[in-house]
Design a protein around this ligand. Structure first.
Ligand SMILES: *Cc1c(COP(=O)(O)O)cnc(C)c1O
Length: 861
């Protein structure tokens, strides 16, 4: 029999335990170990069955047990104490409240996915986990963020593996009533509506779910409501499913609907209005257009509104992989925007924002490029990814060197309280007297080598137990009604060096690099003195059969009786698995094709637990690898083809494992402790924990991006947007005149016939400004080393100063009648060797954050 309606009946808590509801309703429980223990104590079995989910626990536990606890004075006191602790956490000033100077009163953070807890599966991989960690650290630091995303009825997907190794997807539906969510309601009890006008006079309706992530409210939009036509109810069915149009609808809802939801929620909650909008990847980029549309409603022109919206927008790019960037056919965009969707915004203006540059496609609308054009402040997610992004997007700033492309970088971090194993936390508490594992003094002698080794061994053992349970469960799923073979209960050995590899399965991450030489891998797994064991997990995108074939190869290799006790693929990688896997592995393996891993955060989470990284120097690793905290797999970038590259890198990997990784793990002292290995663990915990923490990352966002963005937007908005109007007019004037801005002539002097170090080069540059004023521009000498060819390297710039107005000696400018302007300056030749220089003109305005911002430059020829 099928139900026509379903709902969850929430438990009625005994009055003495009423505060449990409050504790379950704030996702802070997901990273607050004492609160988790409080719930676990109610029933360890149910706690495990429901996947560590307090809401489900309270619904599933026997009411008699709750009555019993209500009579337990110690337990009741514990509940009250933690409720008070939560309230203090929510109310007391934290880091941000103590920051001196101006700072934004509120920041809206948009992401298509949020990975906060296993109990709220709204993520597919790294981007979502990062967004969850960003919110949690913002909460811990008191940064006033509002999170904005979508509520997917089926999340991403659940993964199972068929008997022949093929990935099977299923989409179990989530019941929001059983999740720590509540509908945003108006005082009269009705749900706060969000609507979007669609083509053919249709309307998309959404409601807003709110989740409380510590001090942060997360708003999730959901279209599965009766107001919508059936097809539109499916808009938020699942994450990254569906066709181009489905994806576009999701992104319209996230960006435009999200910005509207924020406005509605602010009106209701009295929370201050966001002064900064942070968009992650191109997916949420339409939010800038919604902001432009409302500014146009206040009487600004499109260009004026664009200045304001840009100033307050931070755009973070998360991938150098082309397939990770959303691109839509222009006709589709036209169809959706030639409607009432965005009043006051002309489709052609909008299309210009997403147009690809000279090397791109003419009929494509590119969400990342729109993100960069709509965000005055942009960054990549590791130092290397910053460089790669500057190269990737340099087409937007033609005429500038890569190093001048205005995309900065902030290296990702991970939320330590979420990702540090309770056993390691307990060690920090008992020996170091702190529950902050990222600032604990792990170098201190108060923690002995034996302590560290014991805790690492405990975590490995717990993980091996989990692996066995998961493999048995997977076997039962493949063989319904069968009896689990005994060997499955004994796979893996809690004493053997354990290597972990888990991540999504796009090709560039090279899941199967380790299978390059199966014989060699088999020998490593079954080595008589120094064996290793490998645990692998990861989901392939449902449409990616290539990825599924990679998984299949691993599963088939691992089925061989000779190795099946030492290598396994665990189905359904998720937060819950990850939380045991990172602490339980000794070595975290990462072998992407450099430089396609923008940052990678799983290795960071492993390091926080004292695992050592074995990784290609990609993402975050080149910044932090120091020779003592793990190993670098060399990249064969110069290899002839990709097969050759895989071969070289795989061989380097085998050699490292055999000769450098495994021996010190088994090199034990009389006390059984591997001293060299433990020294590396200690060094990793001590050196990397503070750096890899999301607190460090969020502080950097505040200082480098959020504060400057809020300042820019405030300056443009003051006095009825006066500066925005002036800036738009100025940009228009400068862009129109720019084709006639020319460095017509450069003279030099002051250098002997044979130049020597210490000589001063005197420059006189004649510049035609085509009607612009000298104050509108900066004239610069760019100088540096010149080797073969004309390219300058190690360049520096120095501004030239205007010597006098129109130069009376020079011929008059044909267009304006103004003579060229003369700019002069001096460069000290302070090093020997090849030297070269050129002179260029750039637009200059106080409100530009970078001289490259407008993409305009006139270089001497
Ligand atoms: C950290 C994490 C990821 C991302 O790992 P990468 O190394 O960035 O690929 C993906 N899934 C889960 C469950 C995670 O915890």
């Amino acid at each position: 029999m099928k139900a026509i309606r379903k709902f969850i009946v929430r438990a009625v808590l005994p009055p003495a335990l009423a505060a449990l509801e409050e504790l379950a309703g704030n996702l802070r429980w997901s990273w607050h170990e004492p609160t988790r223990q409080l719930f676990e104590h109610i029933s360890p079995d149910v706690w495990r069955e429901v996947g560590h989910d307090p809401t489900a626990l309270l619904g599933g536990v026997d009411p008699a047990r709750l009555e019993e606890l209500a009579g337990d004075a110690d337990y009741v006191a514990g509940v009250a104490a933690l409720r008070d602790d939560l309230r203090a956490y929510l109310d007391n000033p934290r880091w941000y409240q103590q920051l001196e100077g101006e700072k934004p009163a509120s920041i809206a953070y948009f992401s298509p996915e949020f990975g906060i807890a296993a109990a709220l599966p709204q993520y597919s991989g790294g981007l979502g986990i990062l967004a969850g960690d960003h919110l949690k650290s913002a909460s811990d630091l008191g940064v006033p963020l509002i999170g904005v995303g979508l509520f997917y009825r089926a999340g991403y997907f659940s993964q199972a593996i068929s008997a022949d190794g093929w990935q099977l997807e299923s989409y179990p539906l989530l019941d929001p009533d059983g999740l720590p969510l509540s509908v945003a309601r108006r005082p009269d009890g009705s749900a706060v509506p969000v609507t979007l006008a669609l083509p053919d006079n249709r309307t998309l309706h959404a409601r807003i779910w709110q989740a409380q992530v510590g001090r942060i409210t997360l708003l999730l939009l959901d279209t599965d409501i009766p107001e919508n036509d059936d097809d539109l109810r499916q808009v938020t069915d699942r994450l990254y499913g569906g066709s181009g149009e489905h994806r576009l609808l999701q992104e319209l809802l996230l960006g435009i609907g999200g910005a509207r939801a924020v406005r509605r929620w602010i009106e209701l909650s009295g929370h201050p209005e966001p002064e900064v909008f942070h968009t992650n990847e191109g997916h949420a980029g339409f939010l800038g257009l919604e902001r432009i549309s409302s500014l146009v409603g206040e009487g600004l022109s499109f260009q004026e509104a664009l200045q304001v919206a840009r100033a307050g927008t931070v755009f973070t790019t998360h991938t150098p992989v082309a397939a990770g960037i959303d691109r839509f056919p222009v006709p589709l965009i036209r169809r959706y925007f030639e409607t009432d969707l965005l009043p006051g915004v002309n489709v052609d203006d909008l299309l210009a924002l997403g147009a690809e540059t000279a090397d791109g496609a003419p009929d494509v609308f590119n969400m990342a490029l729109m993100g960069l054009r709509l965000g005055q402040h942009a960054n990549g997610v590791s130092r290397l990814h910053g460089e790669v992004s500057r190269r990737m997007f340099k087409g937007l700033w033609p005429g500038f060197d890569e190093s001048e492309v205005p995309i900065d970088s902030i290296t990702n971090g991970v939320h330590a309280p979420t990702w540090t194993d309770p056993a390691l936390l307990a060690l920090a508490e008992s020996r170091l007297g702190t529950s902050n594992t990222s600032t604990a003094d792990w170098a201190s002698a108060a923690v002995s080598d034996q302590d560290l080794w014991t805790v690492r061994s405990t975590m490995r053992r717990a993980f091996v137990d989990d692996v066995r349970l998961r493999l048995a469960a997977a076997w039962r799923e493949q063989n319904p009604g069968g009896i689990v073979p005994t060997w499955l209960g004994q796979v893996f050995d809690p004493e053997v060096l354990t290597i972990g590899f888990a991540r999504r399965v796009p090709t560039y991450k090279r899941l199967t690099l380790m299978l390059h030489d199966p014989e060699r891998l088999r020998a490593l797994l079954t080595h008589p003195e120094h064996p290793i064991q490998i645990v692998i997990a990861g989901k392939s995108h449902p449409a990616d059969d290539e990825g599924k074939r990679l998984i299949q190869r691993i599963v088939q290799f691992a089925a061989d009786p000779a190795v099946r006790g030492r290598i396994a693929f665990l189905p359904d990688y998720n937060i819950a698995m990850a939380q045991l896997m990172y602490p339980g592995t000794d070595v975290w393996l990462n072998n992407p094709l450099r430089p396609l891993e923008a940052c990678g955060t799983s290795g960071m989470k492993a390091a926080l637990n004292g695992a050592l990284n074995l990784s290609i120097l990609d993402g975050w690793w080149p910044e932090y690898y120091d020779g003592k905290n793990g190993w670098a797999i060399p990249s064969a970038d110069a290899a002839g083809d990709s097969a050759e590259r895989d071969r070289l890198e795989a061989e380097a990997l085998y050699d490292l494992i055999e000769h450098q990784v495994a021996p010190p793990f088994y090199d034990r002292g009389a006390d059984g402790v591997p001293t060299r290995w433990v020294a590396a663990i200690r060094h990793t915990l001590d050196g990397l924990s503070p750096e890899l923490s999301a607190d460090r990352m969020v502080r950097e966002y505040v200082e480098k991006l959020y504060r400057p963005a809020a300042r820019s937007e405030a300056r443009l908005s003051r006095d009825g947007y006066r500066a925005a109007r002036e800036l738009a007019a100025w940009k228009q004037r400068v862009s129109a005149a720019w084709p006639g801005v020319v460095v017509s002539h450069v003279e030099s002097g002051g250098v002997a016939a044979v130049p020597q170090v210490g000589d001063e080069l005197h420059l006189r540059a004649h510049v035609q400004l085509n009607g612009l004023q000298p104050t509108d521009v900066t004239v610069q000498v760019v100088y540096g080393r010149s080797q073969l060819g004309d390219e300058l390297s190690d360049t520096h710039t120095a501004d030239l100063t205007m010597a006098r107005g129109a130069d009376p000696d020079a011929a008059p400018d044909a267009v304006t009648g103004n003579g060229p302007f003369l700019f002069t300056g001096t460069v000290l030749l302070n090093s020997a060797g090849g030297f070269g220089y050129t002179v260029r003109v750039l637009p200059r305005h106080d409100l530009l954050v970078s001289p490259a911002e407008m993409g305009l430059v006139a270089v001497a020829s």
